[in-house]
Design a binder for this molecule. Structure first.
Ligand SMILES: [Zn+2]
Ligand SMILES: [Zn+2]
Length: 795
C-alpha cells in the first residue's frame, strides 16, 4: 500500500462522491424487516417544512437521531429507520398567506389548499436535500407524508375507532383561542412570555351610596363582560363590602362583591373583576361562582354587541376607547405599567383569548393517573427529562380540543343531519372530505332523514402526528408486521415537544392499543447561540445550517453536534467550535494516510509475542472501547465522540505512533515490526468502527481505502472488549508526563554546536524512570536518548 490511495486532505467534496456511491448501491433500502425478532424500530420525528430556513439545532438533532440508527446497526440489530414529512397544520397556512399575500378565509378553499401544497413541495425538497447531505441513513425512496391520502385515511380511521369507543365528545366551552389563527388551540400549544401592560385602577361605585371600590385590571376592555367583583375573605379593608352591589362604570349593569380565596390582597387594590373571560382563572371562577357567561369576543377578534357603544371593534381599539372614556368621566384613579405573564400562541405569537365555541374534545383528564403509571414503562434518555412529561401530566385540567377552524389538515369525518343535527360518522378505511363531498350513506342513523351538512373543521395537527408509532408499524394493515414491530424501540425527539408530540402519542396509542408506543424515549436539548441564548429571527442570531454543512462537510458538523454537550442539555452553536471538529477529522485523516503506508497485519498474522508498548496501547484501546460502548448504550454521543478524540489524538497519535515509528520502518527485526503494525491496524480499525455512527463518511472512506481487503473483519459491528492487558493503563499518565518532559527539555536546551534549541531528533541525555522500563527501547528510539553508564547503574 502507499499514500497515493488516500488524498492529501479530507474535504466535503469526498463526501459528495461517497453519497453518490451510497445512492447507487441503495445501501439503506433493505432496512425493512424480515421475520426477525432482533429489530430496532425508530419513530423518527417527521420534520415540518413550514417554509423557514432550517435551524442549525434541527440539523444537529437529525444528525444525532441518525447516530441512534447507526449504533443499533453496529450492535447487530435489524433497523427500521423511516423518514416522514409532517405537512399538516397552521404554520404552512401562515407561510402561504404571507408568501402569496392572501388571507385564507378570503380565498376559495380548494385553491388555498393547492397553494399550501406547492409551498410544502418546495420546502420539502430542500429539507430532504439537507437530510441526505447530512448522511441520514433512512430510506429516502420511501418517504411518508402526513397529508397523503393514505396517512389521512389512517388518521380518520383511528378517530372513528375512538369515536365508537365513546372517547370523543362535542363540547361548547370556553377555551384558548388565537385570533390570528382563527381557531381554538390546546394548552400545549401555548407559551408564556412576560409582557408590559397597563394595570388600570377603575372606580366601581356602590349602589347604595357615593362610595366606590377601586378594582385593578389588566383587561379594561372586558369591563362589559364583568359578572362579579371578588375580594379576599380575610381582607379587612373589604369585609363589610362583601355581598354589596356595585355599578359597572360606563355600562348600565350591577354586579355583586363576592369573597374568594384566589384573590391576592397585595396585588393591585385587592379587588378583582371577574369577566368572561380575562384568562383561564376567570373560566374557573365562572364555574365555581355559577356566573352566567357574557360572550365578549367574536371569533374574528372583535367585540360583541354586549360591548354596546364599543361593539364590533378590535380589542385593542375597545381598550383604548374604554380607558379614554373612563378618564374623561374621572373613573380611573391610576394606571401602572406592570410586567404581566401573558399566554401567547406558540405559532403566531398572538396573545390568547378565551372564547366559548363548539369543538370536539378527546378525553384525557379521566386518564391522568393511568398515564402517569404507563409513562413509568418508558425508559428516558436522559432520565431527567421524564420530569417534563410528569409536570405536564400533572397540569392537565381540561380535555384535548382536537378540532381546528382551519383548512390545511385532515378533515373531521362527520356529516350532520340537517333535520335532527345528529353527527353521522362513516365507516373507517376511506379518506373523507365532508366540506366537499356527499356522505357515503343516504339516511341519518338517528332519524332516517336524507339531507346532511358536512363538517367544515379539521383536526389539530397533533392528531395526525401522534400516531406515527402506529403508522410506521402498519397498525390495522399488516398484523404480522405490527405484532413484531410494536411497541417501537425508541422515540427520539426534542424537549420542546414533550407535552405535545410525546404526550399525545402516548395518549392516542394507549387508547388504540392499550400499550405505550415505545420502550424508550430519547430527548435532546435546544441549540442555542454561542452566548447560550435561544436563537430567534428577532435577535438575528439564527444560524442557517446549509452553508455550514457545505463549507465544513457533514462529518465535521456531526462530530461537532455529538461532542458539544451531554445528552439532554442545550448545546451552543458557533462556527469556531465546528472548526475545532474539522481539525480533529484532519488529524484522523493524516493518521490514516500514515497507516496506509504499511501492509496490513491482521488477526491471522498476529505475532506470537507482542512488544510491551503495543500491549500498553491495546490496554488503552480497551479502555476507550469500554467508555465508548457505555456512552453508546446511553445514546449519549458526547461520551464516545470526546473519548475517541482524546484517545486518537492525545494518546494514539501523539505518543504511541511516535514510540513505534522506528520499529515500523525497521526491516531487520520482523517480529518487532509485525507487533507494531498489528497493533497500529487493530487500533485504527477499532477507532473507525467506533466512530462510524458519528462520522459515517470519513470512516467509510478510510475503511474502504485501507481495509476493504481485510477479511478478518466480517461484519462492521462494534469490537468486543478483551481486558487482556488492562493493568497497563496505570502507566499512561507517567508515560505522557515523561514524553512531555523530554520534549520540553529539548526545547530549553541550547545545542553547543548549532547554538539553537535542540530539535526533536537531536540526542539527549535523560534518565528513563524505572516504572517505564518496559518501554525502554521504544523510548530511546523515539527521543534519541543517550544512555550514560551512571543512569543505567542507578536504575
Ligand atoms: Zn395563533
Ligand atoms: Zn337525523
Amino acid at each position: 500500500m502507499s499514500n497515493n490511495i488516500i488524498g492529501k486532505i479530507w474535504s466535503s467534496e469526498i463526501e459528495k462522491n461517497i453519497l453518490d456511491e451510497w445512492k447507487k448501491d441503495d445501501i439503506f433500502k433493505n432496512d425493512g424487516l424480515k421475520d426477525s425478532k432482533n429489530y430496532y424500530i425508530i419513530d423518527t420525528p417527521p420534520p415540518y417544512p413550514s417554509g423557514k430556513p432550517w435551524h442549525i439545532g434541527a440539523a444537529a438533532h437529525y444528525s444525532q437521531i441518525d447516530m441512534i440508527a447507526r449504533v443499533a446497526r453496529s450492535k447487530g440489530f435489524n433497523v427500521l429507520f423511516p423518514i416522514g414529512i409532517d405537512r399538516n397544520g397552521i404554520p404552512v397556512e401562515i407561510y402561504t398567506e404571507k408568501k402569496y399575500k392572501i388571507k385564507m378565509r378570503n380565498v376559495d378553499r380548494k385553491e388555498f389548499l393547492k397553494l399550501c401544497e406547492n409551498v410544502l413541495d418546495e420546502t420539502e425538497k430542500e429539507f430532504i436535500e439537507i437530510l441526505k447531505s447530512l448522511g441520514i441513513s433512512s430510506n429516502f425512496n420511501d418517504v411518508y407524508h402526513t397529508d397523503s391520502i393514505d396517512y389521512r385515511t389512517f388518521t380518520q380511521s383511528t378517530f372513528i375507532e375512538m369515536w365508537k369507543k365513546g372517547l370523543i365528545y362535542l363540547g361548547n366551552r370556553p377555551n384558548n383561542y388565537c385570533i390570528d389563527c382563527g381557531t381554538t388551540i390546546s394548552d400545549s400549544e401555548i407559551i408564556y412570555i412576560n409582557m408590559e401592560t397597563k394595570l388600570v385602577h377603575v372606580k366601581f361605585f356602590l349602589n347604595c351610596c357615593d362610595e366606590f371600590l377601586t378594582i385593578a385590571t389588566t383587561r379594561p376592555e372586558l369591563l362589559f363582560a364583568c359578572q362579579a367583583v371578588i375580594v379576599n375573605p380575610d381582607d379587612e379593608r373589604y369585609k363589610e363590602k362583601q355581598g354589596m352591589t356595585l355599578k359597572i362604570p360606563l355600562f348600565d349593569r350591577e354586579v355583586k362583591v363576592l369573597p374568594h380565596n384566589s384573590v391576592d390582597p397585595n396585588f393591585g387594590s385587592g379587588v378583582v373583576m371577574v369577566c368572561s373571560y380575562g384568562d383561564l382563572n376567570d373560566v374557573q371562577l365562572f364555574r365555581e361562582l355559577r356566573l352566567k357567561e357574557i360572550k365578549s369576543i367574536n371569533p374574528n377578534g372583535k367585540t360583541t354587541e354586549y360591548a354596546k357603544q364599543f361593539s364590533n371593534i378590535s380589542l385593542k381599539d375597545a381598550r383604548n376607547r374604554i380607558i379614554e372614556e373612563l378618564q374623561t368621566k374621572n373613573l380611573i384613579s391610576k394606571i401602572e405599567i406592570i410586567s404581566h405573564r401573558t399566554p401567547i400562541c406558540e405559532r403566531s405569537k398572538t396573545p390568547i383569548e378565551i372564547i366559548s365555541l363548539e369543538d370536539y374534545y378527546l378525553k384525557q383528564v379521566n386518564l391522568k393517573s393511568d398515564l402517569v403509571e404507563c409513562s413509568k414503562k418508558i425508559k428516558f434518555y436522559p432520565e431527567m427529562h421524564r420530569q417534563i412529561l410528569l409536570n405536564w401530566l400533572n397540569s392537565i385540567a381540561i380535555d384535548w380540543p382536537i378540532s381546528r377552524r382551519r383548512y390545511y389538515g385532515t378533515e373531521i369525518p362527520i356529516w350532520y343531519c340537517k333535520k335532527c343535527k345528529f353527527p353521522n360518522v362513516p365507516e373507517p378505511g376511506k379518506y373523507y372530505r365532508p366540506w366537499n363531498e356527499d356522505p357515503p350513506f343516504d339516511k341519518c342513523y338517528n332519524c332516517d332523514h336524507g339531507e346532511f351538512e358536512g363538517e367544515q373543521k379539521i383536526f389539530d395537527t397533533w392528531m395526525d402526528s401522534s400516531i406515527t408509532p402506529l403508522y410506521i408499524t402498519k397498525f390495522n394493515k399488516n398484523k404480522k408486521f405490527h405484532d413484531i414491530t410494536y411497541p417501537n424501540t425508541i422515540r427520539p425527539q426534542g424537549k420542546d415537544i414533550v407535552r405535545t408530540w410525546l404526550y399525545y402519542s402516548i395518549l392516542r396509542c394507549l387508547y388504540l392499543t392499550d400499550q405505550v408506543p415505545w420502550k424508550s424515549a430519547w430527548i435532546m436539548g435546544y441549540g442555542v447561540d454561542d452566548k447560550g441564548e435561544k436563537m430567534s429571527k428577532s435577535k438575528g442570531n439564527v444560524i442557517d445550517p446549509l452553508p455550514i454543512i457545505k463549507k465544513y462537510g457533514a462529518d465535521t458538523f456531526r462530530f461537532w453536534s455529538a461532542s458539544e454537550a451531554n445528552l439532554g442539555y442545550d448545546f451552543r452553536c458557533s462556527e469556531q467550535k465546528i472548526l475545532n471538529s474539522q481539525k480533529f477529522l484532519s488529524k484522523l485523516w493524516n493518521i490514516g494516510r500514515f497507516i496506509a503506508n504499511f501492509e496490513l497485519i491482521g488477526e491471522g498474522d498476529k505475532p506470537q509475542k507482542l512488544n510491551s508498548t503495543d500491549k500498553w496501547i491495546l490496554a488503552e484501546l480497551d479502555n476507550m472501547l469500554k467508555k465508548c460502548v457505555e456512552g453508546y448504550d446511553e445514546l449519549n454521543f458526547f461520551i464516545p465522540s470526546n473519548t475517541i478524540r482524546e484517545f486518537t489524538w492525545n494518546i494514539f497519535a501523539s505518543h504511541y505512533i511516535e514510540l513505534v515509528k522506528s520499529r515500523v520502518y525497521n526491516e531487520i527485526d520482523q517480529n518487532e515490526r509485525k507487533s507494531a503494525l498489528y497493533t497500529i491496524h487493530k487500533c485504527f480499525k477499532n477507532i473507525l468502527l467506533l466512530l462510524e455512527p458519528i462520522c459515517p463518511f470519513i470512516t467509510y472512506e478510510l475503511w474502504t481505502k485501507i481495509y476493504s481487503n481485510d477479511d478478518t473483519v466480517k461484519t462492521k459491528t462494534f469490537p468486543s472488549i478483551s481486558n487482556e492487558y488492562y493493568e497497563m493503563v496505570s502507566l499512561t499518565q507517567k508515560l505522557i508526563q515523561f514524553n512531555s518532559e523530554v520534549w520540553n527539555k529539548k526545547k530549553v536546551t541550547i545545542s553547543s554546536i548549532t547554538k539553537k534549541p535542540l530539535s526533536l531528533k537531536d540526542q539527549i541525555k535523560i534518565v528513563i524512570p524505572d516504572e517505564l522500563s518496559l518501554f525502554k527501547s521504544d523510548l530511546i528510539a523515539m527521543h534519541n536518548i543517550v544512555i550514560d553508564e551512571n543512569t543505567t547503574k542507578s536504575s
